[in-house]
Design a protein around this ligand. Structure first.
Ligand code: GLN
Length: 206
């Protein structure tokens, strides 16, 4: 199994560590994690992770490198993609007013409406336990860092976690979007959930 992590910006190493931990916990021996900085790697990947960072920069660089088109193609082939924080913004079809004004380039894959920096300056970063039924009974310790939120979801989108009036984790077939940072806590349940989709949804086409 080859898992690619977009390595242009953001919490790349943390995601790699979390993936390695989850893969080891599953007893998976046959895997390679590749850092994606340019075109040509995504087509070889069985799963792709888009970490947090600054979505404008990340989106622009992915476009310049041609990685954006490769991710769209991979998604259409059923390859699972997980986007955290800025990754959630990029996965969305519908940006907020800032995104529209700046013409920010989104991958436009999930039927979600996003709001960048949804929790404002006061609470730019905070941590809170979240109840996420898909991960079991134990609350998930969620770390939000200048986090976006999903304000509206289309009918194919399943909300996995909510906070205040927002959806903060969602799934649409092989796509998983998380507003917080599951790679920053020792809890690998979200990475396991993602790896589970690699098995069961590997052949699902959007
Ligand atoms: N606020 C950032 C953005 O809008 C996302 C923050 C993050 O990924 N930690 O791109």
């Amino acid at each position: 199994m080859i898992i690619g992590v977009i390595a242009i910006q953001g919490n790349v190493e943390e995601h790699i560590e979390a993936l390695e931990r989850a893969l080891n916990e599953r007893g998976e021996r046959d895997f390679t994690i590749r850092r994606i900085k340019r075109a040509g790697i995504v087509p070889e990947c069985d799963a792709v992770v888009i970490p947090g960072g600054e979505s404008t920069t990340l989106g622009r660089l992915m476009k310049i490198e041609g990685v954006d088109e490769e991710i769209r193609d991979a998604t259409a082939r059923g390859v699972p993609v997980m986007g955290t924080c800025a990754g959630l913004i990029l996965l969305s079809k519908h940006g907020d007013r800032t995104a529209e004004r700046t013409g920010q380039s989104l991958l436009g894959l999930m039927d979600t409406w996003v709001l960048r920096n949804a929790f404002g300056r006061q609470q730019e970063s905070f941590e809170t336990p979240l109840q996420i039924p898909a991960l079991g009974n134990k609350p998930f310790h969620a770390v939000f860092i200048r986090a976006p939120a999903i304000t509206r979801t289309g009918k194919n989108v399943e909300t996995l976690a909510a906070f205040n009036e927002y959806t903060v984790a969602a799934r649409q077939k092989n796509l998983l979007a998380i507003a917080f940072h599951p790679e920053l806590t020792g809890d690998s349940r979200f990475h396991h959930y993602f790896l589970d989709t690699c098995r069961t949804e590997g052949s699902t086409v959007l």
